[in-house]
Design a protein around this ligand. Structure first.
Ligand code: NAX
Length: 329
């Protein structure tokens, strides 16, 4: 038995960082063989073909087969895991509507190709931005595939939030848990420390001891740092987040397939939880149980948190309306 994994935008930066980790067994463990399908647009094929040659040179014992194609039908043929990384970036002078429309032109057909060609239990993870709304469009175009199988990556935001909180607490990052991201993968996201634990104990008192006024610290330091981390990486590195994005993608899919022992974050379809309008792909605190994401329910965000969540959800509603008004949903 082996798992077929399709990576779109495989000739791009995140694709390059993902492929070798998957082939090395970081995604599905040391016993599961993988078959890779690399989907690119014609301009990106050479780069993906080059990566495929390097995959051969890695002599990975788990890698059964690599195929490079610009055909979505071929790429998604019997695919079990689809990682939708390739997207249209915002070009100069591009308005939000243009960006949403350009990406709807990618994610709509890819959703349809997944429905027609993928394995019945396919799981889809959208990385390409705007990730939540791209996932919504793909799900809406995938007749017969439950919307629960379409997710958007917000794990990088959570990993950033856990790392920043660990720094503030002077604790090892592995000890810090329960820092979920709510809302959109965008600057409006709400990284929520109110349930955070360190070594299984509530972090609130330790945090207050170190930063003083926690709300002020969250507003002026923590939330902007996490939400604008992508821009900070570009500023310092001269290029966008790549290895950390690939790493978060691995974390997300691995946890989805193998299960979690605590909360994490994922953009998943809302059924109205926490007042989030039904059908939106919104980031929530989640657990993965029996191969399915389950939203952590019965939390009681305070008024301040509710306002933050509502602002990010309002942005998701706006994006959905914009796509609808263009007749693309
Ligand atoms: P690159 O520009 O390096 O690579 C994108 C690749 O996608 C290119 O090779 C391009 O040819 C290909 N592509 C474009 N349209 C395609 C289509 N219709 N079918 C197949 N392939 C197609 O970008 P990279 O740095 O790899 O980033 C990829 C996406 O991830 C971007 O949209 C980026 O904004 C998004 N990100 C999302 C993150 C998240 O947490 N959700 C974090 C990192 C990253 O910013």
């Amino acid at each position: 038995m082996s798992t077929t994994i399709t990576i779109t935008g495989a000739g791009g930066q995140i694709g390059y960082a993902l492929l070798f980790r998957i082939a090395a067994g970081d995604l599905l463990g040391p016993d599961e063989k993988v078959r890779l399908r690399l989907l690119e647009i014609p301009q990106g094929l050479k780069s993906a073909e080059g990566a495929a040659l390097e995959l051969q040179d890695g002599a990975f014992g788990l890698l059964e087969d690599v195929e490079v194609t610009d055909s979505a039908a071929v790429a998604f043929d019997r695919c079990d895991l689809a990682l939708l990384v390739g997207a249209r970036p915002r070009g100069p002078g591009m308005e939000r509507g243009d960006l949403l429309a350009a990406n709807a032109g990618i994610f709509g057909p890819q959703g349809a190709a997944i429905a027609e060609n993928a394995s019945p239990g396919v799981r889809v993870t959208v990385v390409g931005n705007p990730a939540n709304t791209n996932a919504l469009i793909a799900a809406a175009s995938a007749d017969g595939v439950p919307a629960e199988r379409f997710t958007a990556l917000t794990r990088l935001d959570e990993n950033r939030a856990r790392a920043q909180l660990a720094l503030a607490l002077e604790a090892p990052v592995a000890a810090v848990r329960r820092v979920p991201i709510w809302g959109n993968h965008s600057a409006t996201q709400f990284p929520d420390v109110s349930h955070a634990t360190v070594d299984g104990r509530p972090a609130a008192a330790a945090l207050a001891e170190r930063v003083g006024d926690v709300t002020a610290w969250l507003e002026t330091t923590f939330i902007p740092r996490v939400a604008k981390r992508g821009a900070e990486i570009i500023d310092v590195r001269g290029s966008s987040s790549v290895a950390s994005a690939a790493n978060a993608t691995i974390d997300h899919v691995r946890d989805w397939v193998r299960g979690t022992d605590d909360w994490t974050s994922a953009g998943v379809v809302s059924h109205g939880e926490y007042g989030v309008p039904e059908g939106l792909i919104c980031s929530f605190p989640v657990r993965s149980v029996d191969g399915e994401w389950r939203i952590v329910e019965d939390l009681e965000p305070d008024d301040w948190a509710r306002e933050r969540i509502a602002a990010s959800v309002a942005e998701l509603v706006d994006e959905r309306e914009a796509v609808r008004s263009l007749g693309l949903l």
